[in-house]
Design a protein around this ligand. Structure first.
Ligand SMILES: NC(=O)c1ccc[n+]([C@@H]2O[C@H](COP(=O)([O-])OP(=O)(O)OC[C@H]3O[C@@H](n4cnc5c(N)ncnc54)[C@H](O)[C@@H]3O)[C@@H](O)[C@H]2O)c1
Length: 262
């Protein structure tokens, strides 16, 4: 028996990184997984890899900032796999710039993906999940949604919004009797493309001598003594998606190896 047998999951930004690892972990636990992304070739490969390993997965193109893509992606999950039980609002970007260097264009772009995309995901998941008698929505925030970091003002702002959006949606959807739970996940630095780019940008900004120095500085702050691995976060996705977490909603789940601030 898989922990997610009979459930259907939609994972945005699932072509690579945390989304891809989460898709693989959920499929191993019996979920049928629809991966969406803007990186079509990589997304198709990730879905194929899951099928090759005996899981059920499909890929469709979705830019989470385009409102018209949301009903289409959800319809794809319902048509392909029969419904929607789990939504992982994982698609996100990071902009590493000081407050002074951040342009209004940067701010609008990061808000569109990291905040508005998540908002639309929740909005469009409500009806199909209600039809199934409930569901679980997992929103990717960050430790940067809970504390400040140098060079991450716009990112912190967007991830802080996800934290409170999660709480507001969780209360409303529970009180309206939908049986839809909404939780946020707050990773520390995880070894993905985004994690690597953070170090590169710290070097560009003169905040670290070189890549190895940036990596060492961030590793040091994770008390457990290593950076996060995608599978660390994927395990949390599985728990929050499963009925094991059925009394948990509106909660912020920090997964950061005991990160300490500057
Ligand atoms: N890696 C970390 O250290 C870390 C830490 C905290 C939070 N997070 C969050 O976790 C999530 C996943 O991060 P990751 O490390 O896997 O990043 P990543 O850059 O490796 O992957 C992000 C994925 O999102 C996709 N994406 C970006 N914009 C999109 C859009 N508009 N529509 C659809 N897909 C889009 C990308 O194509 C990519 O496949 C993000 O929300 C990120 O902010 C990551």
């Amino acid at each position: 028996m898989g922990r997610l047998d009979g459930k259907v999951a939609l994972i945005t930004g699932g072509a690579r990184g945390l989304g891809a690892e989460g898709a693989q972990a959920m499929a191993r636990e019996g979920a049928k997984v629809l991966i969406t992304d803007i990186l079509d070739a990589v997304g198709e490969q990730t879905a194929q890899g899951i099928r090759d390993a005996g899981g059920q997965a499909s890929y469709v193109h979705q830019d989470t900032t385009e409102e018209s893509h949301w009903p289409a992606a959800i319809r794809a999950a319902v048509d392909t796999f029969g419904g929607l039980d789990i939504l992982v609002n994982n698609a996100g970007i990071e902009i590493v710039k000081t407050l002074a260097d951040t342009t209004m264009e940067d701010l609008q772009r990061i808000s569109a993906i990291n905040e508005h995309g998540v908002y639309m995901g929740i909005k469009y998941a409500v009806d199909p999940m209600t039809e199934r008698g409930g569901g679980s929505i997992i929103n990717l925030s960050s430790v940067a949604g809970m504390q400040g970091f140098l060079g991450l003002t716009a990112y912190c702002m967007s991830k802080g919004a996800v934290r409170l959006l999660t709480k507001a949606a969780a209360v409303e959807l529970a009180r309206m009797g939908t049986k839809i739970r909404v939780n946020s996940v707050h990773p520390g630095v995880i070894q993905t493309t985004m994690g690597q780019r953070l170090f590169e940008r710290y070097v560009d900004y003169g905040l670290a001598e070189d890549y190895a120095d940036a990596e060492a500085k961030f590793t040091e702050r994770h008390s457990i003594g290593r950076l996060g691995r995608p599978e660390d976060v994927a395990n949390l996705f599985v728990f929050l998606a499963s009925d094991e977490s059925s009394f948990i909603t509106g909660e912020e789940h920090v997964i950061d190896g005991g990160l300490i601030s500057d």
